[in-house]
Design a protein around this ligand. Sequence first.
Ligand code: NAD
Length: 418
Amino acid sequence: MSGIFKSPAFENAVVQFDRACESLGLEDWLKERLRYPQRTLVVNCPVRMDNGKIKVFSGYRVQHNLTLGPCKGGIRYHPDVDMGEVASLAMGMSWKCGLAELPFGGAKGGVSVDPRELSLNELERLTRRYTVEILPIIGPNKDIPAPDMGTNPQTMAWMMDTYSMTEGYTTPAVVTGKPTLIGGSLGREEATGYGVAYTIEDALRHFGKTLPGSKVAIQGFGNVGTHTAIKLAEMGCSIVAVSDVYGGIYNPSGLPVDKLLDIMKQKGKIQEFKNADKITNEEILKTQCDILLPAAIGRVITKENASQLRCKMVVEGANGPTTAEADDILEERGIPVVPDILANAGGVIVSYFEWVQGLQEYYWSTDMVFAELQKRMHGMFEKVSNYANEKRVSLRIAALMLGINRVAQAKKLRGLYP
Ligand code: NAD
């Protein structure tokens, strides 16, 4: 059974799952069921490229669990996407939705492609074909995709349009993270990053520290990285290092976030900003700072570099950036890790708001979205930190235990079919 998911990402997700299950006392069948996805779909998408040739791209949609409601999870466009990675991310979504008490199960999708190598027209054709291929298993009451790494509101607009055209009527609630003009929620674009910033504030307070003046290093300057940087700078933090896929920059006196955003808009590469030292994506992880925020790909903090980190806290903006072995090293070193399913849950929380708005055709103000997001993020941090103290476990194990247990108890209540 596990063979098709074999990958370092999935193995890591299973190790974390097993660790969290140690003191949950779940029955064996429940653990066995939840260790693997409920349903997986592999698709191959032929796409006509601008030069007239046809290229075939492999894609996936994995639904880990549908117990608490329709599935929810992003679509990733990245060359490293494979079944194991997508399955691990889908599993993480189940625990995240459980922890956030949302009426969703976890899913994830992706296409193995480097989106930088495709023109806009090629990306549109790929997205529409991929949507058609996964059409049988998605829908507002079945499975609701959202953006993830390499995809964005435009991708969601194409997915929503493709689905709506085949249904024969506009169906905004089939995806979240759409542009607001076609039913997206105000605040969805900022939601994950702002949620990360609210969680950093709570985590610092929890460990007896304060936010203003804290130094932050951010790996990945896309949706999550930029919006976290904007919010943290507004709250008085100093952003000392940032990076994107091409490399990073470092200035111990702090970087001007507004100018970094301008550079990204104009040149698309953070290293085009001149008033800073150039660093690599490995070096940024070892920057001297209060908070290290991995906000790009998975498994970047490993047993090889965990002993060299010089931060006081890791906050996971990305999904799965820390391996289980690195977790052990960081725990031994007294460096707390605020886990992904807690820190970056703001995205799926506002996606939930967007889905509700789409179903009701009643749209919220930005103030309403952020007030409700902030309330839920603070509530989640309090719940996880209290549980971690009570059970004497790390924040990661506490968050996973809460998320897994909610799904497991719901499964028990519903019982087996047939
Ligand atoms: P994005 O595509 O908007 O940005 C990704 C950033 O990472 C870009 O700056 C890119 O240049 C950089 N990057 C890509 N490959 C890299 C590499 N090998 N090394 C260093 N940097 C690299 O993606 P995003 O939506 O910001 O997602 C980032 C992470 O956050 C992912 O792990 C994603 O699963 C997670 N996440 C995103 C959301 C969301 O709402 N977008 C929600 C929860 C979690």
